[in-house]
Design a protein. Structure first.
Length: 182
């Protein structure tokens, strides 16, 4: 059985409910804005003593390396940030899913520098958090229609993104353990 968080594009629609529920369970009662605010520092701590070779070593063939995970988190900030902004600026927009593995391959995540990826996360996440913290109560309930998961509010997307951070921080720790860098 595939890990629910591997979320391959071809199975995303069929696994959407299970994937979403698993994310929300992982987040639990934690404040999603607090979790999101901790991402860059959590990554920095997790990779502090790793060499460039270790950061680029996948846990096994066909799986991502730490640098690919970190660049995925940076690009996820673009995707989720866009979705939230689209919902806030439009009435009931369609939210498109995307193939994260195609992005990783075609956007050359493996060639990214760790400082660049972390910088992207820091800057984009800070702006997104600034936007979210300024929302009125009614804006949190604005929604769009995700083509794989159905109706999603800004509040819901914010929780999903926080849980997504936790999934990938856990993945970084798992990769470190597998490559002998823990």
């Amino acid at each position: 059985m595939t890990d629910v968080f591997s979320n391959p594009a071809g199975a995303a629609k069929g696994a959407a409910q299970r994937y979403t529920q698993s994310l929300l369970e992982l987040l639990g009662d934690r404040d999603p804005l607090v979790v999101q605010a901790e991402l860059a520092l959590s990554i920095e701590h997790a990779v502090a003593r790793l060499t460039d070779a270790q950061v680029r070593q996948p846990e096994k063939p066909g799986k991502w390396s730490i640098i690919e995970v970190v660049q995925h988190l940076a690009d996820s900030e673009i995707v989720y940030g866009y979705r939230i902004r689209l919902i806030l600026a439009s009435d009931n927009p369609v939210i498109e899913g995307y193939d994260q593995d195609a992005w990783a391959k075609r956007l050359r995540y493996a060639e990214t520098s760790l400082p660049d990826a972390l910088s992207q996360i820091r800057v984009m996440r800070a702006r997104s958090l600034q936007l979210l913290r300024a929302l009125r109560p009614d804006e949190w309930e604005r929604a769009g229609m995700h083509n794989e998961r159905g109706r999603e509010t800004v509040r819901h997307i914010t929780k999903l993104l926080a849980a997504h951070d936790l999934v990938h921080l856990r993945q970084i720790e798992r990769i470190k353990s597998v490559i002998g860098a823990a």
